[in-house]
Design a protein around this ligand. Structure first.
Ligand code: PLP
Length: 410
């Protein structure tokens, strides 16, 4: 692993075995990190080590093996909490960001939203941060207001302020970073503004966690969600952070084992804290993998990752600047390493298919952001999304391949 004062993507790459495989017979150039990240060897080892030596169900096992699993599981929760700057009691494990937002919508919003209340979303949200709110709004007779996205990919702050100041606004749910535009929203400022009006703030951190150090204590949002798999951890594990005092106001929306205090046919009482929202056997191994990913990231300086990704973006723009009809969607100054684009007259799927033949993994489609596609006036975009292990060489392979593809398809 790289040390914090010598950031070197080539050194980081050595920790990710999959990056040395081929794709269609060519060296893999993995540029689909916004969809999922690759996993370092330490995380892969932690998973196999867990199954080789510590696998047992957690909660209530009295034998040593069960205690081992329980300790590993508990340590992971603590590591994650520490990394986010909050307490372990405020961390609920979920399957991912999607389940996290559903949990907040059903366990908190459902009991705190009244008929006619407003839920504020934005045009740049992933479907995971739209559909659960529509479900709740429908069942409670609440309304959704959508903050427009401006031409550069930033939020319309004037509209947002107007919505926040509307007396019956109850919740704002917003992505930290857009998975299409790469826009980094000024959420600290927005959270402060929302709180002046008593509006609760949910932050979808799915795209933020791999790009920046998150300090939830400082951000002061009410809820925060992310998925482990975008943070170099396994799929099927995610986190909801809920402020302690709000957790007490939440009711479980899934019942079953492990989330109870006492069960009888006369009635059931629930466990306290996060456990109340973790019904059934948890993804112990996923949580351990996520803890290990965080250990890995502790050796990495995020300001250097940011500077590196900015270089990759700059190189991408430089490499593609002569392509006639190319539009980069999302050009805010504060932007993560996500490059979504369309080229006039070329279907993004055709482009990505040609890139795939050259070993390059990009993603095309609506990226689970159909309302944003509508706003951009496109059905789909092509997207290259970078991570700390991508190199300028990757970018050059990608931009050269795009130029060749344009010659074939144009
Ligand atoms: N939010 C954003 C901004 C995303 O990019 C994604 C996934 O791409 C999600 C939420 C949903 O994440 P998951 O499918 O891991 O639950």
């Amino acid at each position: 692993m790289t040390s914090s004062n010598s950031f070197d993507p080539y050194e980081i790459r050595k920790d990710f075995p999959i990056l040395s495989r081929t794709n269609r017979g060519k060296p893999l150039v993995y540029l689909d990190n916004a969809a999922t990240s690759q996993k370092p060897k330490s995380v892969i080892n932690a998973i196999s080590h867990y199954y080789e030596s510590s696998n047992s169900n957690v909660h209530r096992g009295v034998y040593e093996l069960a205690e081992d699993a329980e300790n590993l599981y508990r340590n992971s929760r603590q590591k994650i909490a520490h990394w986010l700057g909050v307490s372990a009691e405020e961390i609920i494990f979920t399957r991912g960001a999607t389940e996290g937002i559903n949990l907040i919508a059903h366990s908190f919003a459902k009991h705190n939203i009244n008929k006619g209340d407003l839920i504020i979303l934005s045009e740049m949200e992933h479907h995971a941060n739209i559909v659960p709110w529509q479900m709740i709004a429908k069942s409670k007779g609440a309304n959704i207001q959508v903050v427009p996205v401006l031409n550069d990919g930033s939020l319309d702050r004037e509209k947002l302020s107007e919505f926040l100041a509307t007396p019956n606004t109850s919740i704002l749910s917003l992505c930290y970073i857009s998975n299409v535009l790469g826009t980094i929203n000024p959420i600290k400022d927005i959270i402060e503004e929302a709180h002046q009006y008593g509006v609760k703030v949910v932050i979808d951190g799915a795209q933020a966690v791999p790009h920046m150090q998150i300090d939830l204590h400082n951000l002061d949002c009410d809820f925060f969600v992310f998925s482990g798999h975008k943070l170099f951890a396994p799929m099927g594990i995610g986190v909801v952070y809920a402020k302690n005092e709000l957790m007490d106001e939440m009711l479980p929306y899934q019942g079953g084992g492990d989330m109870i205090d006492q069960v009888s046919f006369d009635g059931t009482t629930y466990a306290k804290g996060a456990q109340r929202f973790e019904a059934g056997t948890p993804n112990v191994c996923g949580a351990i993998g996520l803890g290990e990913a965080i250990d890995y990231l502790n050796g990495i300086e995020f300001s250097q990752v940011d500077a590196h990704e900015k270089k990759l973006l700059k190189e991408t723009r430089e490499g593609l600047k002569d392509i006639v009809g190319l539009v980069e969607h999302g050009i805010t100054a504060e932007k993560a390493g996500v490059f979504s684009f369309t080229i006039k007259g070329i279907h993004p799927h055709d482009l990505s298919t040609l890139l795939d033949a050259e070993g390059i993994a990009t993603r095309t489609g609506h990226h689970c952001c159909q309302p944003l596609m509508k706003k951009l006036g496109v059905e789909a975009t092509a997207r290259a999304s970078y991570s700390m292990y991508n190199t300028l060489e990757d970018v050059n392979i990608f931009t050269d391949a795009v130029k060749r593809a344009v010659q074939i398809l144009g």
